[in-house]
Design a protein around this ligand. Sequence first.
Ligand code: SGN
Ligand code: CA
Length: 525
Amino acid sequence: MPQSHLFPRLAAPAAMAALIPLTACNGDKKAEEKPLNIVYIMTDDHTAQMMSCYDTRFAHTPNLDRIAADGVRFTNSFVANSLSGPSRACMLTGKHSHKNGFTDNTTCVFDGSQPTFPKYLQEAGYETAIFGKWHLESLPTGFDTWEIVPGQGDYYNPDFIQMNGDTIVRHGYLTNLITDLSLDWLENQRDKDKPFCLLIHHKAIHRNWMADTCNLELYEDQVFELPENFYDDYAGREAASTAEMRIADHMDLIYDLKMNRADKQSDLKERYESYYNRMDSAQMARWDAFYGPMIEDFYSKNLKGRDLAEWKYQRYMRDYLKTVKSLDDNVGRVLDYLEEKGLLDNTLVVYTSDQGFYMGEHGWFDKRFMYEESFHTPLIMRLPKGFDRRGDINQLVQNIDYAPTFMEIAGIKEIPADIQGRSILPLLKGEDPEDWRETLYYHFYEYPAEHMVKRHYGVRDDRYKLIHFYNDIDQWELYDLQEDPHEMNNLYGKPGMEEITQQMMEKLHQAQVEYDDPIEQSLQK
Ligand code: SGN
Ligand code: CA
């Protein structure tokens, strides 16, 4: 039953609709006369395998594909630390985690007094705003306007924290609501004489992948091929073997896959019910009409072993893809708005995620590892008029590069020396700088913690990857990504690999010196 006490300051649907009067263009100055605007859309856990502009096997994302088609697709885009808060802190500051201080989701509070790109943009005359997931514990700084969800946020009828400190409940589905707020700001609130930088930060497609009720029927007739390493035995990879993120063993039937029934229990049942109970009666009715028969069918089959694991994989893929559908639709709304208002020519539109994600590769969900699926993050950009670069950009880029890129776009000539990323603007202009980086550095800290992925750091070039798992383990891994793209064969210590190992050790050392993260030296003492 709906719980009316959940909605103390409910905005009526009519009021929400009135937020966005999409009236005809109203006297904006000619687009080409103004500095470039930035719309930065960041989703959560959206992996490139689940975007049709990257991978046509599973998803249909026509609006994301529009961004890539009218701009560029980065094929070698990575994060510095594959977790939400740390990734956001890297993106805001242009610095690796050990420099911005936000190393993990569980113990850190972002120091909001430090310089960030929105603050630099404000100084350069930009108006800045963020709506949606923030996940940095302290409240946003550097934004003229913000409204964020607490922590991870809720998919249905979510709480929002407002600038005046109030927490309100907004009625509806979160991906739509975040877009409503963003479009309302663009249309009704911002100062139209200033260039703007708008951050639209979605909770979707974070666990537990609750789709909007209008999309529940989607993808049900599709059967997805299992990744070839779904039954990985993790031989030679101790940290992979002890991680707790296997679909077969750690994905919860009730919380993750919605198979809730009165006689069934799980550790996460209460959490699932707290999300479910946020729905109103109409939402619940549609939810139950969809999942109810499936729940009965599932428990009647009494699946075990591989049959159960593969059933879980299929449900996971479908729920994830249904949740992606709302994202794609809402990105379409933003593009349509910009187009209708004549803003597209003058706006850089960026779409990325806080990290990649496992869709059954290695048998997993979640992220955290420096292995390709979660080290990668999708990055596509729709380019403003005058930027003729199209297609793929293959250089190694990382989320520490976004801050200096946006600063350069805003006309800031001197990027402060302590910013560790590098502006990718030259790549967007079609240049091929000879001194572009040849290695990427990575460092993950959140252990012991949920999913039990050991602490590790490493370096990757265009062919090899060297990782050191440390703390309560001391294991090295080396991969040849050309011969072994799925990272199944740890070459560290294998005969014939001495020279490559030595070269990668040197690259690791150089990266730790360059980024001033001398962990390697302190571990050896
Ligand atoms: C929650 C999830 C985890 C997930 C972390 C971090 N558990 O704790 O599965 O790894 O977030 O995700 S849940 O039971 O709360 O869903 S992150 O993207 O925010 O870093
Ligand atoms: Ca995430």
